[in-house]
Design a protein around this ligand. Structure first.
Ligand code: R5P
Length: 325
């Protein structure tokens, strides 16, 4: 347990998507885990009741907005509302997986920008600060006019990659949007970088056109922010093997892992020939023979501690994970 932290002025609430992680963060920090009751009316509406007071305290609400995203988001909004109405001091949201972030711009003329709408909703509900992990696009920080910390997972994932003793690795970004993220990991594990030119052929479908960089004779480590249906990664694996990569691993911050056309993402990745998936528990997930899960509880606890002690979160991440925010 961390000792040099003012436990009396803070409280943690773990909502339905992140209960386990919140419990661990509470154990590490020694900050009380408040009780929240969440129920559903018969028609599906969500009802929340906060059992532990946060009067004038700094509340840290932990909730990933993964599947079912609408319910998890609504639950989060209702809890913010309930805390505001019961005299909370400050509302800090810790959203390890920030859903609705993929629509961060209009690709065609009549599309919504869901990331901006969600930012407005969270702010209007009463959030004072957002802490998240590897949000889909860094510029989403600008959709908020409140403090926003985007923690980075690559240092934690690098520790998992190290344990695999991969020979002759090359870090691969599966699309142009992920190059900066992949470059950070490549630099950290001292590996070269390659980039796949990915085109979206249809909704939730991707095609790997060509690879920039040399992958022949190397073990490819694809690094992406999220794996959903597994389509992006499966096409990347095919292309990498075609171009002479010896084996392919996946490092991914958020294991969304949905099914499409009756095939689970895990099955798709297994069939594609992925040797191992290294991911975090931003979305609650059990490890198995294919998936290695890196626990982010301690990183979240360190973040809360730094914030509560008026210390730099950036410095904490550099020191502990060799990671720049
Ligand atoms: C896209 O830009 C993201 O970074 C992921 O590559 C994508 O959302 C993964 O989706 P799927 O696994 O369904 O291809």
């Amino acid at each position: 347990m961390i000792n040099n932290i003012n436990k009396e002025t803070s409280i943690i609430y773990g909502l339905s998507a992140s209960k386990e992680i919140a419990k661990k963060v509470s154990e590490i920090t020694g900050i009380t885990l408040g009780e929240v009751e969440t129920k559903q009316f018969a028609d599906g509406e969500i009802f929340v009741d906060i059992k532990t007071s946060s009067r004038n305290k700094s509340a840290f609400i932990i909730q990933s907005t993964n599947c079912p995203a609408n319910d998890k988001l609504m639950e989060l909004l209702l809890v913010i509302d309930a805390l505001k109405r019961s005299s909370v001091g400050e509302v800090n949201l810790i959203v390890p997986y920030f859903g609705y972030a993929r629509q961060d711009r209009k690709v065609n003329g009549r599309q919504a920008i869901s990331a901006k709408l969600v930012a407005n909703m969270l702010t209007m509900a009463g959030a004072d600060r957002i802490i998240t992990l590897d949000i889909h696009a860094d510029q989403i920080a600008g959709f908020f006019d409140i403090p926003f910390d985007n923690l980075k997972a690559y240092g934690m994932l690098a520790q998992g990659i190290d344990n695999l003793n991969i020979e002759n690795p090359v870090v691969v970004s599966p699309d142009h949007g992920g190059v900066v993220r992949a470059r950070s990991l490549a630099k950290l594990i001292d590996a070269p970088l390659a980039v796949i030119d990915k085109r979206r052929t249809a909704h939730n479908e991707a095609e790997a056109q060509f690879i920039l960089g040399d992958v022949a004779g190397k073990a490819a480590v694809i690094f992406d922010d999220m794996v959903d249906t597994g389509g992006t990664v499966a096409t990347a694996v095919n292309k990498l093997l075609e171009e002479g990569a010896t084996e392919v691993y996946l490092a991914v911050s958020h294991a969304v892992l949905s099914s499409k056309d009756g095939v689970t993402a895990v099955q798709k990745l297994r069939d594609a020939g992925i040797k191992k998936i290294i991911t975090t528990n931003s979305i609650a997930r059990d490890a198995d023979d294919l998936i290695e899960v890196i626990d982010i509880s301690s990183a979240l606890a360190g973040t809360i501690t730094s914030h509560t002690n008026n210390e730099s979160i950036t410095d904490h991440f550099i020191k502990k994970y060799n990671t720049r925010l």
